[in-house]
Design a protein around this ligand. Sequence first.
Ligand SMILES: Nc1ncnc2c1ncn2[C@@H]1O[C@H](COP(=O)(O)OP(=O)(O)OP(=O)(O)O)[C@@H](O)[C@H]1O
Ligand SMILES: [Mg+2]
Ligand SMILES: [Zn+2]
Length: 278
Amino acid sequence: MTSLKACEVSGFSIERHEGIARATVAQRVEGCVDCSGTGLLRTQVKENGRIYDVASPCPRARMERRVALFNDARVPAVHAQSTFESYKPANAEQAQAVKVAKEFAHGWPSKRGFGLSGPVGTGKTHLLAAVLSHLTLEHGVACGYVEISLLFAQIRRGFQEGKSGGEIIGPLAQLHVLAIDELGKGRGTPFELDTLDELIARRYNAGRITLFATNYSLRPPEGKRSGVVTTEALLEGAKESKLLCDRVGERIYSRLCDLCDFVEFPPQSPDQRRARLR
Ligand SMILES: Nc1ncnc2c1ncn2[C@@H]1O[C@H](COP(=O)(O)OP(=O)(O)OP(=O)(O)O)[C@@H](O)[C@H]1O
Ligand SMILES: [Mg+2]
Ligand SMILES: [Zn+2]
């Protein structure tokens, strides 16, 4: 475990642990001298000649809860340090993306999510991670991060242990904010599309906020298909398509349009992973 960030003011540090970013509080509430580990600070106030006992939350207990929320969000370890400040836009669309993400996080409670589309290494996951860190640690919001193909794999493994897909999707459907990464990736099998449909539809119906990132274009479908098209032909066409709507299907795409503001980076946006090699 390597320490990446130590924040003495707010009393926690963030490390990389087994692929996810993990925060630890500097001082646990258990041994807190201010609240004797109860999580509540008791003070007495005098009003109209009478003395009242007043309880308020101990800041250490609050920090411990927020750190637990951050850890439950499962932000990827490589993005343990990703912040809005460290994101350097290379074009107007990326400047727009950081603005949308920052306003979304700082303006919490926000009403609509956002979706980012762009080539590899352009900081889409970076911005999702910055939002989740901010919401959990600064606002105490229950959040989650999932990479879609890992979720499919997790559900498939669950089947072998007798778990239904719904059991794994249930908790993700409930979270106040869920960031779905690598949307559109996968083989586009009926199992994958049904899983994604269930996740998005449940969040949509529950009015939960959803964020996403994708390498596919967010452009609307190119005209209505006419004539009779078989499911096989549609699935085959979707494999080749560069459009997210073709990859995830009209039902899911339509709900995403309602759930999220879209920002699309131009194809020539620089890959920051490659830029590091120079
Ligand atoms: N505009 C940027 N400013 C600062 N750092 C950036 C920027 N874009 C990317 N990075 C950094 O480059 C690396 C790759 O970024 P990230 O993983 O967010 O890319 P991505 O768009 O999610 O790519 P992919 O589509 O491959 O998932 C990260 O370390 C990230 O912090
Ligand atoms: Mg990414
Ligand atoms: Zn305390």
